[in-house]
Ligand binder design. Structure first.
Ligand SMILES: Nc1ncnc2c1ncn2[C@@H]1O[C@H](COP(=O)(O)OP(=O)(O)OP(=O)(O)O)[C@@H](O)[C@H]1O
Ligand SMILES: [Mg+2]
Length: 723
């Protein structure tokens, strides 16, 4: 379909068409045209299930623009990940702000309302954020919304995030039945069911703008799904190095390699770097040197992992996993986009929605360790998402996805089970008790539900009820309501259900009600005990919102000793279970203690290398745990105020700041400066600058010379303290 037709028949303005043309969009892709014919510009709801890179976003953009211009509508664009939210935000702003369209983003802090968000034409937000806005009684959100887009809606199937997405979709539609809904999905077997559930039209297609050939490598040859073959001529010691070197030498491309563990990403990168380094030009080597230095210094201190990454990057290869710092991951992605890094060895997290110029996706591991079963084959949908990272239209005109098999029998099996297969049916995960607990309290606290019957009525609108039956959830709901009443978050006085102050606060803090109970009980003990720092840290690590670390061999006796010391002296707030009668529960308790100890090492300013060595966590993990901890400590602080636990209020306020920066108390003032982290704050302190006042009088030249500071930071510091 020509864009002209959009203007002539569907009322899309000339300005929009110009903006799209400037970006090389001159015609609609066939599935996009089909979506228009299905009425998305006339307000029809639609589930659009088309392959990766087929241009789902543009369909949503057109529907939103139409609604904004014709009805002054307000649109909501819901994404699963923060990274995706920023990508869309930047993109929409760049394209449409000049036309007077106000684009907003909301991903952060869950404990704030939405004062100025209501003025946006397009609001991009994660599903958790929208859910939390609704809990702050931002009902305008549902009232005013004309179009809601759910990007990656197949993630309803995700055990972690799926339930929130599903409940949110059901809630928004209940509050505003006239709203147009667009669900953007990967191709899955039962997208039609989602459409039926949403009362939406359905469009499914296999069309892809650039061909993606999927195949299996075995003994020097790739066999593709269409039974064509390709010989890999390059020779190397291992298959991954061989196929990725071939991609660079013979295909003029870059490769993404997917393996199942973080450790394997590093091992695969090490092996590949030996060969790939020899294929680089002098200029590439020079530019990679800069990238290497960037990843080495990203943390303020250079850890063993940083050094390794730097070493491989100099040879054109990187590893990429959630243990790396966010800045290192983006530096790696950037250098890959610039065709400097030639090969990235990654865990499957890299497969979620990002666009990278890889000609080949090499999926080395199709099995993954999943306790208690052992090694299990991954779902087809996950394979397809990894495969779909190759051959992006922005970069390449075709792409290949390659699985690796050792034997012919395995090859044939992989062709059958992955390459030729259609992704599985997705299923609602709403049955999980923590999810139901959170959403039942959320619904009551926000005033959406005021009786058992109205709760069930709402449950009946979910995808879970559509797929299974509401009866299967109702017994869980009953159990959860008992729990919430017992713990005094919900009151059922008089026939009506309502949230108590405690329940309301928990719902707005957006934590699991069970976490609220753990924290409340810990705080009650704080009144009569003399809790240590570790006591408070353990209190938040005992909540289900904190992912605890695993115990390694022999560690249980180490932490066991610690528990006897601390618990005996009443310096912990949540008491240990009986180790003999309940050994399993006790193991968990020790793991919570270990996690709390890790956070304590962090605020005692232990180096990241040391933390890595002692607890087996990398920079990325530390930061994720730290940010969860910070939020839970804040929640503890809020509850301490609510329950008037005076002694805890001050301790928690300070602890929150220390955890945030990873510092001892004496550095609090210095660390609040921008560009000064834990390492630099310590350097300044050691050089005799103990707070902002000292820095105000400091000489720029002398600041410069302090280790870890340097010219630009010194200037930044001066500017802030003098302002
Ligand atoms: N009609 C078109 N003509 C040319 N380019 C297009 C067209 N429609 C979309 N594109 C471009 O194609 C690229 C991929 O689009 P998009 O990100 O919407 O893919 P997607 O379907 O959401 O894929 P994924 O499932 O990977 O998220 C974008 O760079 C987009 O600008
Ligand atoms: Mg997309």
């Amino acid at each position: 379909m020509e864009l002209r037709e959009l203007r002539d028949k569907h009322g899309i303005s000339e300005d929009v068409i110009k903006i799209l043309a400037e970006r090389g969009i001159e015609k609609l892709h066939p599935p996009q045209a089909e979506a228009i014919r299905k009425g998305v510009l006339e307000g029809e709801s639609l589930i659009l299930a088309i392959p990766t890179a087929a241009g789902k976003t543009l369909v949503a953009e057109l529907a939103m623009l139409k609604s904004i211009f014709e009805e002054g509508g307000m649109c909501l664009y819901v994404v699963p990940l923060r990274a995706l939210a920023s990508e869309k935000y930047e993109d929409f702003k760049e394209k449409y702000e000049s036309m007077g369209i106000d684009v907003g983003i909301a991903t952060g802090d869950y404990d704030v309302g939405a004062s100025d968000l209501s003025k946006r034409d397009i609001l991009i937000a994660t599903s958790e954020k929208v859910d939390s806005l609704l809990r702050h009684e931002a009902k305008w959100l549902a009232d005013m919304t004309t179009v809601t887009v759910f990007d990656e809606i197949h993630l309803i199937d995700d055990a972690g995030r799926g339930p929130t997405l599903e409940v949110l979709a059901a809630r928004l539609r209940q509050l505003n039945p006239d709203m147009q809904v667009l669900g953007l999905s990967a191709t899955i077997r039962n997208s039609e069911e989602i459409a039926d559930w949403m009362d939406a039209r359905h469009l499914k297609s296999d069309w892809r703008p650039v061909p993606l050939k999927e195949g299996v490598y075995c003994n020097g040859n790739i066999i593709f799904g269409d039974l064509s073959e390709k010989e890999i001529k390059y020779s190397a010691n291992d298959d991954v190095t061989k196929i990725s070197s071939d991609t660079i030498e013979n295909e003029d491309g870059q490769a993404l390699v997917f393996v199942s563990t973080r450790r394997s990403t590093q091992a695969a990168a090490r092996k590949a770097s030996k060969e790939i380094g020899d294929l680089l030009s002098k200029e590439e080597e020079n530019r990679l040197e800069e990238v290497a230095q960037e990843v080495e210094s990203a943390l303020g201190e250079t850890t063993e992992t940083c050094r390794k990454l730097g070493r491989y990057v100099r040879r054109g290869v990187a590893f990429h996993h959630a243990g790396l710092h966010h800045d290192q991951r983006s530096a790696v992605e950037d250098a890959f986009r610039k065709n400097l890094i030639k090969v990235i060895c990654a865990t499957p997290t890299l497969a979620a929605g990002v666009s990278l110029p890889s000609k080949r996706s090499i999926i080395r591991d199709y099995k993954r360790y999943s306790p208690p079963y052992g090694m299990e084959p991954i779902p087809i949908l996950e394979y397809k998402q990894m495969a779909g990272r190759a051959g992006r239209p922005e970069y390449d005109d075709y792409g290949e996805a390659v699985l690796i098999a050792d034997r012919e029998r395995e090859r044939d099996e992989l062709l059958d089970k992955y390459v030729m297969a259609e992704p599985e049916r997705i299923e609602s995960k709403l049955q999980s008790e923590p999810a139901i607990r959170t959403h039942v309290l959320g619904s009551i606290a926000a005033g959406f539900v005021n009786s058992f019957e109205s709760m069930l009525e709402f449950i009946d609108r979910t995808f879970f009820a559509y797929q299974f039956s509401a009866d299967r959830v109702s017994s869980v709901v009953e159990k959860v309501l008992d729990f919430l009443t017992e713990e005094e978050m919900v009151s059922d006085e008089g026939r009506w259900l309502s949230a108590t102050k405690f329940g309301k606060r928990i719902s707005q803090l957006y934590i699991d009600p069970l976490s609220g109970v753990k924290i409340r009980d810990g705080l009650k003990n704080a009144e009569s005990r003399n809790p240590s720092e570790l006591g408070y840290l353990h209190m938040i690590c005992s909540t289900p919102d904190m992912d605890t670390l695993y115990l390694r061999k022999g560690e249980d006796s180490e932490y066991d000793l610690l528990v006897s010391d601390y618990a005996g002296a009443e310096r912990l707030l949540n008491d240990p279970p009986d180790a003999r009668r309940n050994p399993e529960r006790y193991e968990y308790y020790l793991a919570e203690i270990k996690t709390a100890k890790m956070l304590q090492s962090w605020i005692d300013e232990q180096s990241e290398d040391k933390i890595h060595e002692s607890y087996g966590v990398g920079a990325g993990d530390i930061r994720r745990k730290v940010s969860t901890a910070e939020w839970l400590i804040y929640s503890g602080y809020e509850l301490a105020k609510l329950f008037k636990v005076k002694g805890a209020i001050g301790s928690l306020r300070k602890l929150r700041q220390r955890v945030r920066y990873g510092i001892k108390e004496e550095l609090l003032d210095l660390a609040s400066l921008k560009g000064v982290g834990r390492v630099r704050a310590r350097s300044l302190y050691q050089a005799g600058y103990e707070d902002k006042n000292d820095l105000r009088e400091a000489d720029l030249e002398r600041l410069n010379k302090i280790s870890h500071i340097g010219k630009s930071t010194a200037k930044k510091i001066k500017k802030q303290v003098e302002a």
